[in-house]
Design a protein around this ligand. Structure first.
Ligand SMILES: N[C@@H](CCC(=O)N[C@@H](CS)C(=O)NCC(=O)O)C(=O)O
Length: 246
């Protein structure tokens, strides 16, 4: 049995506060891969210091992409089976844009945006005793700020950062158009990836120009609803399977 380590579902409005954790969990559900979800709050315990990771046959593998690569190579788990090489390439580029750029705009909107910082602080640091409660959140925020600067996005003005995010969202919306899914009549990894990112922008009660822009894309909202239903129904199936097995 695969053990999937993800953050707990602790942020109202999204199944998981981390788009990477949600992407991997949703991909496993959609592909019908039996797995046990283990909640972890400390990314330092992960093989690469970030969540999600899996444990399979005594081995720990970190990074959602590397996990999916491993499952494809060893178990033949592949949500993109049947896509043409060109479609696979488009999906690859879409996912890289979401993971390597739009993700950082989300990080800015949560950790740096003053209005949203209390929510993030409560989400990750509410259990700390004094004086740690006064020190740790401030240090963590400083470290995220430094990471954003090292990445490069933190060197831009707030207006520029959100403009990048809006452009990315517009590109995703244009690529989906009026289709139900990105490629064909059933969801692939591109759909899972967009769902995991989009719901983390629009779902939580944290306002930002990024969220405002996302809410303006009717087709992405409908896509998220569609994917949310699929995500929820696959959990039900899994529960039933577990009950039957018990
Ligand atoms: N490339 C990684 C990214 C994972 C990632 O950034 N995880 C974040 C949560 S969204 C994390 O664990 N951050 C903790 C940290 O940086 O200390 C993947 O695809 O899994």
């Amino acid at each position: 049995m695969i053990r999937l380590y993800i953050f707990p579902a602790s942020l109202k409005g999204t199944p998981n506060p981390s788009s990477f954790c949600l992407k991997l969990e949703a991909a496993l559900r959609l592909a019908g891969v039996p797995h046990e979800v283990c909640y972890e709050t400390d990314p330092r315990k992960a093989p690469k210091g970030k969540l999600p990771f899996i444990e399979i046959e005594g081995r720990r593998i970190g990074d959602s992409t590397l996990v999916l690569d491993h499952l494809r190579e060893t178990l033949g788990v592949d949500l993109d089976r049947g896509l043409s090489e060109a479609e696979k390439a488009q999906s690859h580029m879409l996912q890289r844009m979401l993971d390597e750029r739009l993700y950082w705009v989300i990080v800015h909107s949560r950790w740096i945006e003053e209005a949203n910082w209390p929510t993030v602080k409560a989400l990750f640091f509410s259990g700390l005793p004094f004086p740690l409660s006064a020190i740790v959140p401030r240090m963590a925020r400083k470290s995220v700020r430094a990471t954003l600067t090292a990445h490069g996005i933190g060197r831009h003005t707030v207006e520029e950062i959100y403009a990048f995010g809006k452009q990315d969202l517009a590109a995703v919306a244009a690529m989906l158009g009026d289709k139900p899914f990105f490629f064909g009549d059933k969801p692939t990894l591109a759909d899972v990836s967009v769902f995991a990112t989009f719901i983390n922008i629009t779902g939580p009660e944290m306002e930002s120009p990024l969220k405002e822009a996302a809410l303006g894309h009717e087709n992405l909202l409908r896509h998220a609803e569609r994917m949310g239903e699929i995500y929820a129904s696959t959990r039900q199936k899994q529960r039933i399977a577990l009950t039957l097995a018990a």
